[in-house]
Design a protein around this ligand. Sequence first.
Ligand SMILES: O=c1[nH]c(=O)c2[nH]c(=O)[nH]c2[nH]1
Length: 325
Amino acid sequence: MAVNGVEFEQRHGKSRVRVGRVWREPSGRHHFVEWNVSISLLSDCLPAYTRADNSDIVATDTMKNTVYVKAKECRQQISVEDFAILLGKHFTSFYPQVSAAIINIIEKPWERINIDGQPHDHGFKLGSEKHTTEVVVKKSGGLQVISGIEGLAVLKTTQVSNAISKTCMLTQASSLLCLSGFEGFVRDKYTILPETRERMFATEVTASWKYSYETLASIPAKQLYFMEKYMGVKKILIETFFGPSKGGVYSPSVQSTLYDMANAVIARVPDVSSIQLKMPNIHFLPVNLSSKDNPIVKFEDDVFLPTDEPHGSIQASLSRLHSKM
Ligand SMILES: O=c1[nH]c(=O)c2[nH]c(=O)[nH]c2[nH]1
């Protein structure tokens, strides 16, 4: 909007509101979530900026309190996406001046603990990757739901067996039989990286995918629907990365594996309209140690120097054609 001859945009909200919620079943089984909620409201409160008039401001402290009230009101376990939708619906319907709410939530990976192979009734341990969501709710009932995974660290050692290794050397279609490599890239006067058909493949996947639902009315009513979807997408990403437990799957590059992972989600989850993957190439460097006349450690695809930086950064997104992005 133009204000006094300049373009003006604003939003305000509360970030990092932390809440834990437990649900107790009569059977004695408990469910627990821990969320870190950020709220951003698009609202008609121009006078607060231009005339020091706060009469239309929803206080960010009130937004924080609302998170706890709404968590309390959820009598049944709810997915992080549905909680974000519920908050968005509240802010856009309760306050006339609020036209849209953007809710971001990160769920901490508390996982039920197993004791002697049995799931514990009320014991949890912290896992690794986090479940994230970003939901936009408009006063009109318009909606956008994005789910994601942060910090899914995966690695395959991709050591090929002797038999396969031999075939790799001998046949034209060799790369199909090896497990991870990187060959055929641009070589110029700055290049020293050797071509390889056998290397470590380590990455930390950040994924976010958008659902095709565009209105509040079209959201499936099934309890924990988005939780099931999240578990399903994570399974597809992991299985596509690793391949079968015996033999695995060949990776000719991070790019190619990333594409296969994203494509598998689009192919197998009909209500996902687009997906973005970020997969840093976390390098494990070959270790060779030698003095002038004493080779102490000769690298034979066995001893590596793990590194954090620098790392390759590779990302891509895939969207269904004809879906509204
Ligand atoms: O899978 C890879 N993709 C690259 O783009 C790249 N660049 C590089 O140095 N190593 C790799 N590996």
